[in-house]
Design a protein around this ligand. Structure first.
Ligand code: PMV
Length: 300
C-alpha cells in the first residue's frame, strides 16, 4: 500500500497571453490530491469521494504499465483537496500522483522529468489538447516562469495567497476561443493588451526574485483580463472584496469565466478569507507548495 500526493496550482501572472507566446508565472499551492494505491491479484478498482471522472487515473495507470513494461491489479482511492474544473489543476495533480504511486508499486523508479512527461501525455490523451504547465508544476512544485518553447525557469519566491473559489465550473477551451475571437475582431486593440500582460509578467518575475511586492501588478493584470472579457461579476466581486479587506493585490487566476481568484495577503489573510466567504464563496488558505509530487507513506 502506498500513499502519494501532488499539489494543485494557480497562475500568478500571464494567463491567456501565454497562448500567444508571452510568459506566465505559475505556482504550486499547498492543496493536494492524495492517491492511496494497493496491489491486488487482478483488475482496477477506483473510488473517490468527490468526482466520478476516472479517465485521468485510468490513463495514468495505462501509461505507467506501458512505460515499465509490466502490470498488476490495483485498488486506488482518490482524496482531493481541490475542486474539479476550477482551474486549480486537479486533473494534472490526479495524473501525476497516480503515476508516482503506480510506478513505485511496480518498483519502476521514474525521474521527476519522466513523471511530468507521462503526466502531460495522460492529459493530452484524455483531453485532446493540454499545455505541459499544470503537470510540470504539480510534479516539481514551487514557482515556475514559463516561456513558450523555452525551458522552465525556477523562481525562488514566497507569496502568501488566499484563493477564492466561485463554485462556477468553466471550460478553458471556450474561454481561450472567446479571447481568440476578440483578438481577430480587434487586433489593433487586443494585441497590445496581450503584450502588456507579458510585460507585467516579466516585471513580476524580477520583483519576486528581489522579494518585492507584486500586489499592484496583480491589480493591473486583473484589469487587462477584464478587458479581454474573461472576468465575471462574481470574480470581480471577490477581487474587490479581497482588496477592501486588506489584500495587497487581487486578480482572477486561470481561464476566468468562473473558477478562482487569488489575493496576495502578507497581512490580513483571515480577514480576506472571511470577506470571500461573505460573498458566498469558498476561501482556500493556500501558501506556495515548495514541494511537488511526493510519496507520503509506503508500507510494504
Ligand atoms: O485551465 P486554467 O484555468 O488553468 O487556465 C489555463 C490558462 C490559459 O492561459 C487560459 C490557457 C492555456 O492553455 O495556457
Amino acid at each position: 500500500m502506498i500513499t502519494t500526493s501532488a499539489p494543485g496550482k494557480v497562475i500568478l501572472f500571464g494567463e491567456h497571453a501565454v497562448v500567444y507566446g508571452e510568459p506566465a508565472l505559475v505556482c504550486a499551492i499547498d492543496k493536494r490530491v492524495y492517491i492511496h494505491a494497493s496491489k491486488v491479484p487482478s483488475g482496477l478498482k477506483i473510488i473517490s469521494g468527490k468526482s466520478k471522472d476516472f479517465r485521468y487515473v485510468k490513463k495514468a495507470v495505462e501509461l505507467v504499465f506501458e512505460h515499465a513494461g509490466k502490470k498488476c491489479g490495483l485498488d486506488i482511492k482518490i482524496d482531493s483537496e481541490l475542486p474539479p474544473a476550477s482551474g486549480l489543476g486537479s486533473s494534472a495533480a490526479v495524473s501525476v500522483a497516480t503515476i508516482l504511486a503506480v510506478s513505485e508499486l511496480l518498483g519502476a523508479k521514474l525521474s521527476k522529468a519522466e513523471i511530468a512527461k507521462l503526466g502531460h501525455k495522460a492529459e493530452l490523451e484524455v483531453q485532446g489538447a493540454a499545455s505541459p504547465t499544470d503537470t510540470a508544476i504539480s510534479t516539481f512544485g514551487g514557482v515556475l516562469f514559463i516561456q513558450p518553447k523555452k525551458k522552465y525557469q525556477r523562481i525562488n519566491a514566497a507569496l502568501p495567497l488566499v484563493v477564492g473559489y466561485t463554485g462556477v465550473e468553466r471550460s478553458t477551451k471556450i474561454l481561450v476561443q472567446n479571447v481568440r475571437s476578440l483578438k481577430e475582431k480587434f487586433p489593433e486593440i487586443v494585441n497590445p493588451i496581450i503584450r502588456d500582460i507579458g510585460k507585467i509578467t516579466r516585471k513580476a518575475k524580477r520583483r519576486l526574485e528581489n522579494n518585492e511586492d507584486v500586489g499592484e501588478l496583480m491589480d493591473i493584470n486583473h484589469g487587462l483580463l477584464c478587458a479581454l472579457g474573461v472576468s465575471t461579476e462574481k470574480l470581480n466581486e471577490l477581487v474587490y472584496a479581497a482588496r477592501k479587506a486588506g489584500a495587497k493585490g487581487a486578480k482572477l487566476t486561470g481561464a476566468g469565466g468562473g473558477g478562482c481568484m487569488i489575493a496576495c495577503v502578507p497581512k490580513n489573510a483571515e480577514k480576506v478569507a472571511r470577506a470571500i466567504e461573505a460573498c458566498g464563496c469558498t476561501a482556500l488558505r493556500a501558501p506556495i507548495s515548495k514541494e511537488g509530487a511526493r510519496v507520503e507513506k509506503h508500507a510494504i
